[in-house]
Design a protein around this ligand. Structure first.
Ligand SMILES: [Zn+2]
Length: 259
């Protein structure tokens, strides 16, 4: 699942291809906006807010997209055919480039002035200009009985963490994922570490938290269920957190992250 760093990179790709250029084609393949046509309008810019993408278009319009589970934005030369079988949800094209939104979890067209309605609930964005660790900690502390694992995924507390960064951050801080938020002394250190991990990965594909980019060595616990912990040798545990049907994968080392 794309996390904040992948969405940040998608926004950069969209800016490079679309900013300042007039659209020569728009193709919304979602029922709600099937008749929308942005042809002739210039794209102003694309912003990432947590895991949301906001592509602003002339005339107070914003294309709001979300990658959800496995969506992506692909940029390719205008006119190139997309791969057969790709579940294209949206195409935005100018004379030179086309941005193709594949398997996007959400496509909406809203007034730019109404963006707050769709992203206003988000906590500070780990990769955004508004990042504010104190505010993120304040929001986390507002529900002290919650598990830290669930609280870190709640984008209303802080925006950009998914299951990979959750698992890696908690491992590096030695925190058991089910520990209650109120029992953790240094929440500021925890969210600041998450921020550093996302920052370190925002410029390239893939998630490297160990500092070692070789494919088998990139993470401490994520993707390593049953394999020995890189620190202590204990087999990495795998489970699920959260209430059904929203439960999400968690990996941890029972020895490095004791109860
Ligand atoms: Zn360990």
């Amino acid at each position: 699942m794309p996390e904040g760093d992948a969405v940040y990179r998608a926004a950069a790709r969209l800016r490079d291809a679309l900013d300042g250029r007039a659209l020569t084609r728009s193709d919304f393949r979602v029922p709600k906006h099937a008749t929308a046509d942005l042809t002739g309008r210039a794209v102003l810019t694309t912003l990432s807010r947590g895991k949301h993408l906001l592509t602003r278009v002339e005339g107070d319009l914003t294309v709001h997209t979300h990658l959800r589970m496995d969506g992506s934005w692909q940029v390719m030369p205008a006119g190139r055919r997309t791969a057969p079988g790709d579940q294209v949800r949206l195409i935005l094209a100018n004379e030179q480039w086309q941005a193709v939104g594949v398997r996007l979890g959400m496509v909406d067209l809203i007034r730019t002035g109404a963006e707050e309605r769709v992203v206003g609930h988000l906590g500070p964005d780990l990769l955004g200009p508004d990042w504010d660790p104190d505010e993120a900690v304040r929001r986390l502390r507002a529900a002290p009985g919650r598990t830290i694992g669930e609280a870190l995924l709640d984008q209303r507390n802080l925006a950009g963490i998914g299951t990979i960064y959750r698992a890696e951050t908690l491992f590096l801080r030695g925190v058991w994922p089910w520990r209650q938020v109120g029992e953790i002394d240094d929440l500021n250190g925890l969210v600041s570490l998450a921020k550093r991990l996302l920052e370190a990965n925002k410029g390239h594909a893939g998630t490297v938290t160990t500092g070692d980019r070789r494919p088998a060595n990139q993470t401490w616990v994520y993707g390593r269920a049953g394999r020995p912990c890189r620190r202590c040798g204990t087999r990495i545990s795998r489970g699920e957190m959260g209430a059904q049907p929203q439960e999400r994968l968690i990996l941890w080392c029972a020895d490095c992250q004791p109860r």
